[in-house]
Design a protein around this ligand. Structure first.
Ligand SMILES: [Zn+2]
Length: 88
């Protein structure tokens, strides 16, 4: 019974080591520039014209207004932008 517990503990340890080495090898394979610049995910950042936050294009709320494409961080900023356009 005691041997079973030890074997189980060794098994858990081995699984833990395999998972750890898998994570390390995945990090090693990734582009080193990503490690140096954690914010550069290979994706373009665009500036929200309302709150001036920088957001990845894929996460942007994209709207075409009067033939021009605008990128917002969310619907709230888009609505603020539209309100400010109306005031002018
Ligand atoms: Zn915004």
């Amino acid at each position: 019974m005691f041997i079973r517990v030890i074997l189980f503990a060794i098994l858990i340890f081995l699984i833990y080591r395999v998972i750890k080495s898998m994570k390390q090898s995945r990090l090693g394979k990734s582009d080193p520039s990503r490690v140096i610049h954690p914010h550069a995910s290979g994706e373009d950042l665009i500036e929200d014209p309302v709150c001036l936050r920088h957001i990845p294009v894929s996460q942007a709320y994209i709207k075409e207004i009067a033939g021009k494409t605008y990128y917002f961080c969310g619907k709230e900023c888009f609505e603020k932008f539209m309100l400010s356009k109306k005031d002018n």
